[in-house]
Design a binder for this molecule. Sequence first.
Ligand code: PSU
Ligand code: MN
Length: 307
Amino acid sequence: MPIQDYLDIDPQIVSATAPVALETTAIAHGLPYPQNLAVAERLEAAVSTHGGVPAWCGILDGRLRVGLSRPEIERFARGADLPKVSRRDFAPLLAEKGSGATTVAGTMILAHAAGIRVFATGGLGGVHRDVAESLDISADMAELARTPVAVVCSGAKSILDLPKTVEALETLGVPVLGLWTDYFPAFQVKASGLKVDRRYDDPAVLARAIRQQGDLGFGGMVIGVPVPDAEALAADDVEAWVAQALADARRAGVVGKAITPYLLKRLVDLSGGRTLDANIALLENNAAQAAKIARALADLSAVSSGL
Ligand code: PSU
Ligand code: MN
């Protein structure tokens, strides 16, 4: 049975020309309730305002879901206890008819199964700073290598080792592109100092590269979009908070998939909420840019099919 046999797609998304996938882990585990519910609504509005159709991805009661109702989104917003679902978790969860919030990797799988090419989120998972001891490399990296979805994001989270994350993407053959930037963004910080493979200043030109990647039958792409100026944080500030949060995590013995949500929460406390404001601003902006890219991609298809 193909994956589609387990998938329910909202009919509005099936007929949409410019759908944009959105992930439920960022809502369930990346942001606190009830702000996360308000953020979910703002992300939908950002996508719609720019001509896209929001497509929330997650797993509910043993079904793969693309497109969620308001009460279902609320379930994820209140769902800090829902499992965080990546590729390895799909089969056991479906067998149990369980529910879970999908990570970047999990959301890419659902988006691809639903025929969606563009996905907006905050930051990728990547190579962790203690990789030499922990071998902790997010499954997002391997998913980007194999699944043809363009992930519009503000780079990777500041809690990671960004140079190693960019190297891993190169090894895996994943294009790392920048929209209005020469640099791989560092989440709440505008630029990491690491160059992207190519800079684009026009979503329509970028859409051509996404289409070409699909025509070649290659995997995913990273589209880096920097956090808006007004909410951007200084690298030194973030670095100090991250160092403290990592030390706290070590002391508390937090490991594995719990580490990312723990650190994100700790950063909000240590920064007096500033990392949260930046996180919300960049999510909203990425959703808007992703909708523009999805529209441009739809226009390309319309031209080539003679519509
Ligand atoms: N970035 C955020 N908030 C998040 C995440 C990323 O701003 O909640 C989530 C994404 O779902 C990403 C996941 O795929 O963290 C990576 O987790 P891990 O490092 O355990 O693979
Ligand atoms: Mn991990």
